[in-house]
Design a protein. Structure first.
Ligand SMILES: Cc1ncc(C[n+]2csc(CCOP(=O)(O)OP(=O)(O)O)c2C)c(N)n1
Ligand code: SF4
Ligand SMILES: [Mg+2]
Lengths: 597, 296
């Protein structure tokens, strides 16, 4: 279990090196062998001196959400950090610069806001920085050293990361940062620790597998490359852009091609074009881009052409809140388009899941001849987690049911009826398989046909073939955690919020509430049977999600036909674990009351 | 015009067509166009050009949008992708990115291209995607039964402009020239032999080739772009027209009252695929290739 579990929040303005300090911290902890989850929040302005917060949770076993309470708050700018003092838990630490105290008006120094059950550590950050490096700019590194010294964190890991992070600049910069770190460390090691924060040893290394720290978007890139991505088409949009930027460097190294298109319509059109010609192709966007793509998505469904679309959701509607997280594009991803146009939609719940879903999306798109949407959100796209990557590439390089699967003695039929509703697929350039595909309803040959029996048969084909995705090998599309058997409360979740759900569920169990949580990774087609079985076990089912309308709750109720309790929040930031926990308590109580009657 | 003093016998003509091998490029589906529609000439021209150029059927992909013109791929015995209204060029770009060896012919109407699909044209042209774009201009929306299009003349009366169209038509040739299309030409469905020649030239060009085809919609346009009007209007490009002279091409394109037929402009420059080769070379740390040199 977790002998280490602490969360540090570093708060300052953009000019204070806040995010940089957080970056060194999370990398050093990951390097030392701890598990890390980290999420930075910075101002929507491109530049300036707005508030930045880097939050890092360090544990022995991987966890999938930040804690609602931080154990350590580091202030690099008091006016920004003061509102965050209440986020520090009981007997937690508040670390700040003492030097500013004389100059500021009453109430503007953080020392006046520290609560009675907090442990304040006031240190001469500016002085130490100036003495060791000649400038106040290294306050962020001094304070890191202090934290490392205070909690006895592995010093070597910090040295390594400082070397790597600043090594590309001048050697003198590395040197002065190490000096700043050491000075802070010495002070920290000398300080008598009064708080309750305990740091144990990291877990043993997992044999052979690679442990790396990456963001959700980086995991998408890694998964796509491991699945053999041939071509990428995209149009920049927050929070998906970094997928395209990483691929722009990595894809051509492997001989792949990336094109920045004129808009998202063109991005998916070209992806579908490349898929039609036999390539593994993908695009990535956010809600507004997906809105532009839905007509093309319908063509992909109708013409049975593989394509992969990564969608990182942000606050909506319209341009909405580009730098805030939300889960409000589920309706669009699952239902968007003209006519009955089911497609595969998967929503990973953590960074490792993003890697799996990304790679498997290509297998599925090819195998079931369909568009596949992988739905992420800003919180998952941008947060860092330590993940274990498998030693051997887990993705099949070719999962296409090729033309060789068709009867060579019969004329080729692109949309031939088969037992599994998947027709052998030929691509341009292949001999003896010439055909035309179309967005018009068509017969087995691909010829336009709007006869009633034909449309019924083809609608069946397009929907039934996708059911097989529910048993696609090598991927977990739903999973239950917590208590087995009948429980008072079940929490059904999707996407990045599932981390907070798990956290709340474990806390509820510690309080003696019988509960379990189920994640649905595949949202279309929905794993109806397992979800029904989960409902059978639960006194009440809670569906927490970051949208106003309860989009997943709507989906579940329409397909399972049973009531759920909704928990909807749209703050633009991850859901509070405490909000979920309160709801679980309330439902558990109600359920017990009903049972007692 | 063919010399009509000699009698032409149907069976001789049929035998000639059959023996040529052109029919191998026709699909078993008969075109669904109205009798007399200019599009028949384009279909004939494409099959003739492909046959003359000896391009294997399996290596040709015809990409179309939505409209009467866009029914085209069903009538050729080649690979085909009948896509969405206005989205031909990005789909064709994706196909070429995936497999540059394919001969990709894009077909579509004036509405498909310059109304709903107008945003894609400059980008396919400037990237010099190695495809042939056959634009069937009838100055009207045919498939939806006769509404004004971006190339309809001022004063045109249709179902959606009962009080006459008040908008100016676009000048597609000038647009394509300024977009950086590396081959720009114009043909007329009423001159099928010239049209077939122009199609062959456009397909042969390495890079983005744009062929504007004036083609009457005999069913819904009785007044504007009719055969009799066009027969009187069209002219050949001057014999001394220099196809490397952009300004001369622009000047010819500007004379819309008497549309000129022929090759307006052509230029050799690296294609999209050449650019990818260069990017891959740089990413893999290898020396620059000929494409980069040509581009510099
Ligand atoms: C998104 C969308 N909007 C509208 C239509 C209806 N529509 C089909 S074809 C067409 C216009 C066709 O005109 P043009 O491109 O000039 O081709 P033509 O029929 O004249 O050959 C329209 C508006 C459609 N299919 N899709
Ligand atoms: S409606 Fe016009 S454009 Fe369409 S097939 Fe008939 S004549 Fe040709
Ligand atoms: Mg038209």
């Amino acid at each position: 279990m977790n002998n280490t579990d602490f969360q540090i929040a570093i708060c300052g303005s953009a000019g204070d090196g806040t995010i940089a300090a957080g970056d060194v911290m999370k990398r050093a902890m990951a390097r030392a062998g701890f598990k890390v989850i980290a999420f930075d929040i910075y101002p929507p302005e491109i530049r300036g001196f707005g508030k930045c917060i880097a939050r890092i949770r360090v544990t022995t076993e991987q966890v999938y959400s930040l804690k609602h309470h931080s154990d350590i708050l580091v202030s690099l700018n008091d006016s920004h950090a003061i509102p965050h003092v209440p986020e520090v838990g009981r007997y937690g630490a508040v670390i700040y610069d003492q030097s500013a105290i004389a100059a500021v008006a009453e109430g503007e120094h953080i020392s006046g806001h520290v609560q009675p059950d907090h442990l304040p550590y006031s240190l001469p950050l500016r002085e130490i920085s100036e003495q060791t490096t000649g400038s106040a700019r290294s306050r962020n590194i001094v304070v890191l050293g202090y934290v490392a010294g205070l909690y006895d964190l592995p010093k070597d890991a910090f040295h390594d990361i400082i070397q790597e992070k600043f090594g590309r600049k001048a050697a003198s910069i590395v040197e002065s940062n190490i000096k700043a770190f050491e000075a802070g460390y010495a002070l920290g090691a000398d300080t008598f620790k009064l708080d309750f924060i305990q740091v144990g040893k990291p877990a043993d290394k997992v044999n052979g597998n690679q442990v790396v720290m990456m963001t959700g978007n980086a995991a998408v890139v890694r998964g796509s490359l491991d699945a053999g991505l041939d071509a990428y088409f995209g149009y920049p949009i927050t929070p998906a852009t970094s997928i395209m930027e990483m691929l722009a460097t990595e894809l051509p190294k492997r001989g792949g091609r990336l094109l920045q298109t004129e808009d998202e319509i063109a991005a998916l059109a070209a992806t579908v074009g490349a898929g039609y010609a036999g390539a593994r192709a993908a695009t990535a966007t956010s809600g507004p881009g997906l809105a532009l793509m839905v007509e093309m998505l319908g063509l992909g469904v109708m013409a049975e052409v593989p394509s992969v679309i990564f969608v990182s959701q942000r606050g909506g509607p319209s341009t909405g809140m580009p730098t805030k997280t939300e889960q409000s594009d589920l309706h669009l991803a699952v239902f968007g388009g003209a006519g009955d146009c089911q497609r595969i939609v998967m929503a990973p719940t953590n960074v490792e899941g993003a890697y799996r879903c990304a790679g498997k999306a290509f297998e599925m798109a090819e195998k079931y001849q369909t568009p596949v949407i992988v739905l992420l959100d800003l919180y998952l796209s941008n947060r860092y987690e330590t993940v274990i990557l498998p030693k051997v590439n887990p993705f099949e390089p070719d999962s296409s049911k090729g033309r060789s699967a068709s009867d060579p003695n019969k004329p080729y039929q692109r949309f031939a009826a088969t037992d599994d509703h998947i027709s052998p697929r030929a691509v341009p350039g292949e001999d003896g398989a010439i055909h035309t595909v179309t967005g018009l309803e068509h017969n087995e040959l691909g010829r336009p046909n709007d006869q009633p029996d034909n449309h019924v048969r083809m609608s069946d084909k397009r929907h039934l073939k996708l059911q097989q995705a529910l048993s696609h090998p090598g991927i977990t599309i739903h999973k239950r955690f917590g208590d087995e058997g009948p429980v008072d409360v079940g929490i059904l979740g999707w996407g990045s919020t599932f981390g907070e759900i798990l956290e709340a569920m474990f806390l509820a169990r510690e309080e003696g509430i019988r509960c379990s949580a189920m994640k649905a990774v595949m949202l279309s087609p929905l794993p109806v049977e397992p979800i029904k079985a989960f409902f059978d076990d639960c006194g009440a089912v809670l569906v927490p999600e970051l949208n106003y309308e309860g989009q997943f709750a709507n989906l579940v109720m329409s397909q399972i036909g049973r009531p759920v309790t909704r928990l909807n929040r749209v703050p633009g930031v991850p859901m509070k674990v405490s909000d979920i926990l309160d709801e679980i308590r309330m439902l558990a109580e109600r359920n017990r009351a009903v049972a007692a009657e | 015009m063919a010399d009509l003093r000699e009698p032409v016998y149907l069976e001789n003509k049929l035998a000639e067509v059959r023996d040529s091998g052109r029919l191998d490029y026709r699909s078993k589906s008969l075109p669904t166009w109205c009798p007399g529609c200019g599009y028949f000439s384009v279909a004939e021209g494409v099959t003739k050009a492909l046959n003359d150029l000896h391009i294997a059927n399996k290596d040709v992909t015809v990409v179309s949008g939505i409209g009467c013109a866009s029914r085209f791929p069903f009538f050729t015995d080649t690979y085909g992708f009948h896509t969405l209204h206005g989205r031909t060029l990005p789909v064709a770009t994706g196909i070429k990115v995936a497999n540059d060896d394919l001969t990709v012919i894009v077909v579509g109407g004036d509405g498909d291209a310059f109304a709903i699909g107008g945003g894609h044209i400059p980008h396919a042209a400037r990237r010099n995607v190695d495809i042939t774009y056959l634009l069937f201009d009838n100055g009207i929306y045919g498939l939806t039964k006769g509404q004004t299009s971006p190339t309809s003349v001022h004063g045109f009366k249709t179902g959606t402009s009962p009080f006459e169209n008040q908008d100016q038509p676009l000048n597609p040739l000038m647009m394509l020239l300024s977009y950086g299309s590396s081959w720009v030409g114009q043909a007329y469905a009423g001159e099928p032999h010239h049209l077939a020649d122009m199609i062959a030239k456009a397909v042969t060009h390495r890079g983005f080739s744009y062929l504007h085809i004036l083609s009457p919609c005999v069913t819904f346009d009785k007044t504007s772009m009719t055969y009799s009007n066009l027969n009187m209007m069209v002219r050949d490009l001057p014999e001394n027209h220099d196809t490397s002279d952009m300004m001369a091409a622009m000047k010819e394109a500007a004379t819309v009252d008497h549309p000129a037929l022929g090759v307006f402009y052509e230029e050799a420059r690296p294609t999209l695929a050449d650019g990818f080769d260069e990017i891959i070379r740089r990413a893999q740390g290898r020396a620059a290739g000929p494409a980069a040199v040509a581009a510099e």
